[in-house]
Design a protein around this ligand. Structure first.
Ligand code: GTP
Ligand code: MG
Length: 197
């Protein structure tokens, strides 16, 4: 699939203020600093569409981007970032939770996991929550440029072993590097398939 246009639409602080449209949406979620915003930029072929920062907690709102004038990417605030004021953190977690559970036009969630780490409890419990809520998701192991493919594969294997038993089938798994632009075609292919369904 070719990306012909990628345009920022709006930032929303909760589901109620999200855009009122029925474009199919694809959301990116994962721990703070895992590379969600970088991935949106890679997919868009634009360096600065979504704000990237070395400091965790950069993305604080739900950010909506319109792709090819017909579907949307959503950059969600990361979870597991302790320095955000507690009230704010709970608020954002709730907003993300509401969005993931209730957004009717959400087609697929890309859960980003750092390819360098052994399974982190917060990622494991988040995925388990998605499974309970029956939200369709794919797993993306990020920053694969930072280590050998063998180590990345070991991370993937260990993570898959943590998946809950009530999961119907193994989710799609993609390894990526926003630096080297790997994983881009595989992600766009999943989006294209979901759009065709
Ligand atoms: P929050 O918005 O804070 O939740 O973070 P995020 O998940 O959006 O991460 P972001 O894209 O801002 O990237 C965080 C840091 O990781 C930045 O310094 C990026 O340059 C770096 N980074 C992201 N993806 C990659 C990657 O694939 N490879 C490498 N080497 N660095 C990456
Ligand atoms: Mg971000």
């Amino acid at each position: 699939m070719q990306i012909k246009s990628a345009v920022f639409n709006m930032s929303a602080r909760d589901l109620q203020s999200a855009p009122d449209w029925n474009r199919p949406e694809f959301a990116f979620i994962g721990r703070s600093n895992v590379g969600k915003s970088s991935m949106i930029n890679m997919l868009s072929n634009k360096d600065a569409l979504a704000k990237v920062s070395a400091t965790p907690g950069k993305t604080q709102l739900l950010n909506f981007f319109v792709m090819n004038e017909s579907w949307s990417l959503v950059d969600l605030p990361g979870y597991g970032y302790a320095k955000v004021a507690k009230s704010e953190k709970i608020n954002f977690n709730e907003s993300v939770g509401d969005y993931l559970e209730q957004r009717d036009n959400l087609r697929l969630v890309f859960v980003l996991v750092d390819s360098r780490l052994t399974p982190q409890p917060i990622d494991v419990s988040f995925v388990s929550w998605l499974v309970d809520c029956r939200v369709p998701f794919a797993l993306v192991f990020t920053k694969a440029d930072k280590q050998s493919p063998t180590k990345t594969q070991a991370t993937v294997k260990a993570f898959l072993e943590t998946l809950p038993e009530n999961l119907a089938g193994i989710p799609q798994v993609i390894t990526s590097s926003s630096k080297n632009r790997t994983g881009r075609i595989a992600i766009l292919k999943l989006i294209e398939q979901a759009l065709a369904e």
